[in-house]
Design a protein around this ligand. Structure first.
Ligand SMILES: *Cc1c(COP(=O)(O)O)cnc(C)c1O
Length: 371
């Protein structure tokens, strides 16, 4: 029996899904290009806090026992950090796992999941894997200032009687755009309480614009709100796979029925606690990224390229023509960007803001490619 034959036996949602496409073979590229400049996955170019690293290394000594299935110590630390109860928190093997679990728990055949055009790809995946129908709301138009960002009015209009979940990101990947706290409060107030709204705040630690509050502030008012966070970006722990969500205790209790008991490993739990405590490291990362983000955006705009406004650690760059040859030219010179054809943005590349040296090498390669 081949894949098609087994696919016919799978649950309906799975029949229409394709497996994750890892794109470039980074392992091979690292071998062929020593010093490869990896700007494709929005990882933290400054690395994790030294304390988080030490905690993960120390936790290897107890890797022969199962980790705490409740992640108690980290959940208590996060509860204090965010001013919520530990029963409002669930840890995940990356926030990706939690985004998928929300779909499994609350969506399904006959139900709609609403997300935005140019929203993070995982939301569509979560809807499809659950066998639900994805309803895509149009994004704001291209062109500045808020190029291709979420249109909250369009998202609200896309919500219908079959909608169980809405996924949105603030700031959003891959556009880098954001919405303000006041605007989001109005959006929440419009929706019925039976529609669960998932706000993915993977990049919130990178935000420097004070108008962008966290949706966590609205949790007491809206029990249908779910906020996801991750240790993969500003905390620099992408490889350990650690994320969490904050929601009403009852919602967390339902999700607990689905959670695999040891979904977060011991080194990740230990590193997460240490990373959370090392606020100086996050502040350093935020400031260094903000400085480099501005410098890189200025440099790209000076080259007359379209650069979306960004409050994240990446920039969406519009070349105004097919970006595939640009991508190929960069990769040939040892710089890895993220192509955007899969998002319906074939003229764009997404570029992670790197260290000053990485950005210099990227711009140098870009100038050669564009020449
Ligand atoms: C990187 C990213 C995440 C984080 O995923 P993890 O599974 O926590 O590593 C979540 N949402 C968005 C929009 C992202 O870009």
């Amino acid at each position: 029996m081949d894949e098609a034959a087994f696919s016919a036996l799978a649950q309906p949602g799975l029949q229409r899904l394709r497996a994750y496409d890892p794109g470039l073979d980074l392992v091979a590229l690292r071998q062929s290009h020593p010093g490869l400049v990896e700007l494709g996955s929005n990882e933290n170019c400054y690395g994790p806090s030294a304390a988080a690293r030490a905690a993960a290394v120390a936790a290897i000594d107890t890797a022969f026992v199962y980790p705490d299935p409740l992640g108690g110590a980290l959940r208590r630390a996060l509860a204090v950090h965010h001013g919520v109860g530990p029963n409002q928190l669930m840890l995940g093997n990356g926030s990706h796992e939690l985004l998928m679990m929300l779909g499994q728990a609350f969506a399904g055949p006959g139900l709609d999941v609403v997300a935005s055009q140019f929203g993070f790809a995982v939301y569509a995946l979560a809807a499809q894997a659950a066998g639900a129908t994805l309803v895509q709301a149009p994004a704001l138009p291209g062109g500045r200032p808020m190029a291709r960002g979420h249109d909250l009015a369009a998202l609200a209009a896309a919500v219908g009687p079959r909608t169980r979940l809405v996924y949105l990101a603030n700031p959003n990947n891959p556009t880098g755009t954001w919405f303000g706290a006041g605007e989001f409060g109005d959006f929440m107030a419009e929706l019925p309480p039976t529609v669960l709204v998932v706000v993915d705040e993977a990049y919130l630690e990178y935000v420097t614009d004070s108008s962008i509050g966290t949706a966590l502030d609205l949790l007491p008012r809206f029990p249908n709100l779910v906020v996801t966070r991750t240790f993969s970006k500003a905390h620099g722990l992408a490889g350990l796979r650690l994320g969490y969500l904050v929601a009403a205790p009852g919602l967390v209790a339902v999700l607990e029925r689905l959670r695999e008991s040891f979904n977060v490993n011991g080194p990740a739990l230990a590193a997460g606690e240490a990373a959370l405590a090392d606020t100086a490291h996050v502040a350093y990362v935020r400031q260094a990224n903000a400085d480099e983000r501005q410098a890189l955006a200025d440099a790209l705009r000076a080259r007359e390229l379209g650069v979306s406004p960004s409050q994240t650690n990446f920039l969406l760059v519009d070349f105004g023509r097919d970006a595939a040859p640009v991508e190929q030219g960069l990769v040939a010179r040892g710089v890895v960007p993220r192509p955007m054809g899969g998002y319906g943005l074939p003229t764009c590349l997404r570029i992670t803001v790197g260290t000053r040296d990485q950005n210099r090498r990227f711009l140098q390669a870009l100038d050669e490619v564009l020449a």
